[in-house]
Design a protein. Structure first.
Length: 532
């Protein structure tokens, strides 16, 4: 009797906890007091149930390597100038190589010392003596290139996750897929194109000096000096609000990048009522920006984002305090998205969309309705069969069956799992498995009763012998579900989650709940005949 009491308390506690965890999903408008003291996590619906967007991106990691080598070549130029080592040219060749032309072959030894000290990731290859000097090819070491590729993919994943979190998408699913791909699922997204633009924007912010002495026409005709390049420039007419694109020549050298940004916020220009983005730098960035502005007073400093110049103001004085602004032809949404990507950081390499699917909310609701109908129809069919075949004991099995679904749903809310359409299929499957466990137990009880045992003895023996069989069969299914969860993605994982939870719940209801009902009837009600 004492054991019966504790089992009753356990079952009641499970049912009460299930109701508590299910309430936020059933009634979203719960009072604020409830949310402060009780669980408020709702069941997360997958992309196929509430609509949204599915993307598979490929990170172009080779371009991260190329950008790294490009920065090394610029740093190498500055170092050679500081060391007063004469050279004719330093430029990147391909993705992983740099060609250096020294004017004096006798300086190769000193050049190698500089490489060993300041550029250990570059490997010096066989030099070639020419009329204009000596050509020294350099190559990025393979190990370093591989490290850059891996870091680019990991950083891209983290940056995209930060952007989406700040964008405000609830319950996003972002994970790596394969070596260089990222799977993104955004349930309930209302503006897919805006989300794509936000995710795919490289957001490489650079500060460069304007080549005042060179016009875009001269640069295109090949008359511009080395180290300059033509960039598109966006203009906004304050009077009309129209934007246009012009061209401007900038110096190649990047004085500063957006890596020092700590905050980016949208502000409103009250004179023209146009949005712009204000930037704040960390302490190192503030010192660097102050030095740049101090050394280039009366010169134009261009603010370049992803290869487009948004503004090129004249530096009137040294700017301290670590603040700057980006003005341009922005709408409010564009300014907000720009602030998001600048706060989240630049992508280390461009990303390419390999697959894009959009699921409408109406399709998701239709899936929910059909899944719900299938679940109800399957459960009713099983219950009718059990009552006809096992009579009163079938009713006991039906009660356990009805408890399965709310407990499974409450556990989904508890563990913040996502319910998908295959997940609903997993729930229906576990309903059938729960009945299968009851069938094994009831057949064992029938067998014992045919041998002339009392109902009490038949129930004890039936449960003790059937339990091991039930555990064996469910453990093998549980292992398969865990493998699906570990190696599957998307809908396969959704199926694995509900199947795993369903197996554990079906074991609880089939072995503990039904046994509790039989023990109560046999010990407290002292029934002498068992309807089975």
């Amino acid at each position: 009797m004492k054991d019966l009491k504790w089992r009753t308390i356990l079952v009641v506690l499970v049912l009460v906890a299930s109701i508590i965890f299910l309430l936020p999903s059933i009634n979203p408008s719960l009072p604020q007091k409830w949310k402060k003291v009780m669980p408020a996590e709702k069941i997360h619906l997958g992309l196929d149930l509430q609509g949204g967007m599915h993307l598979i991106l490929e990170v172009e990691a080779e371009k991260a390597v190329s950008s790294h080598v490009n920065r090394l070549s610029e740093d190498l130029k500055d170092t050679l100038r500081k060391q007063r080592l004469a050279f004719r040219n330093v430029e990147r060749q391909g993705d992983t190589q740099i060609s250096v032309i020294l004017t004096d072959a006798a300086q190769q030894g000193e050049f190698k010392k500089i490489l060993d000290k300041d550029f250990p990731t570059l490997e010096m290859q066989a030099a070639d003596t020419r009329q204009d000097g000596v050509l020294v090819p350099l190559a990025l070491r393979d190990k370093e290139a591989q490290t850059i590729r891996k870091q680019a993919i990991a950083q891209a994943l983290e940056t995209i996750r930060n952007r989406i979190d700040q964008f405000g998408v609830s319950e996003p699913d972002i994970r790596p897929e394969g070596e260089d791909r990222i799977l993104i699922q955004l349930p309930g997204i209302q503006d897919p194109q805006r989300a794509i633009d936000l995710i795919g924007k490289t957001a490489q912010l650079e500060f460069k000096l304007v080549a005042e002495e060179v016009s875009p026409r001269e640069a295109k005709d090949g008359k511009a000096p080395a180290g300059t390049k033509v960039y598109p420039m966006s203009h906004l007419d304050p009077a009309t609000g129209r934007s246009s694109t012009d061209e401007i020549v900038l110096k190649d050298r990047t004085l500063m990048t957006g890596e020092y940004i700590t905050n980016a916020q949208v502000q409103i220009d009250h004179q023209y009522n146009n949005p712009y983005v204000s930037l704040e730098f960390d302490s190192q960035g503030a010192r660097l920006f102050e030095r740049i502005t101090e050394e280039n007073i009366k010169k134009r400093l261009a603010i370049v984002l992803d290869g487009t110049v948004y503004s090129a103001p004249v530096i009137q004085d040294k700017i301290s305090g670590g603040k700057a602004t980006i003005t341009g032809s922005f709408t409010m949404d564009e300014a907000r998205d720009l602030a998001i990507v600048l706060r989240a950081g630049a992508l280390p390499a461009p990303v390419k969309i390999l697959e894009q699917r959009t699921v409408g909310p109406s399709l998701g609701q239709d899936s929910i309705n059909k899944g719900f109908f299938a679940c109800v129809a399957g459960t009713l069919g099983i219950m009718i069969f059990m009552v006809i075949y096992y009579r009163f004991s079938g009713l006991v099995a039906c009660l356990a069956l009805l408890l399965n679904i709310p407990i499974i749903l409450s556990m989904l809310a508890l563990f913040k799992a996502t319910l998908t359409l295959p997940g609903i299929a997993g729930m229906i499957l576990t309903v059938g498995m729960a009945v299968d466990s009851c069938v094994l137990i009831f057949e064992r009880i029938r067998e014992e009763m045919r041998h002339g045992k009392t109902p009490r003895a038949s129930v004890d023996t039936g449960y003790s012998r059937a339990t091991l069989t039930i555990l064996d069969s469910n453990v093998t299914t549980l292992i398969a579900a865990l493998v699906l969860f570990q190696f599957g993605t998307g809908p396969v994982r959704g199926f694995a989650v509900t199947l795993t939870i369903g197996i554990l719940v079906s074991l609880f209801t089939a072995i503990i709940v039904t046994r509790l009902i039989f023990d109560y009837l046999l010990t407290r009600q002292r029934i002498r005949a068992l309807s089975i």
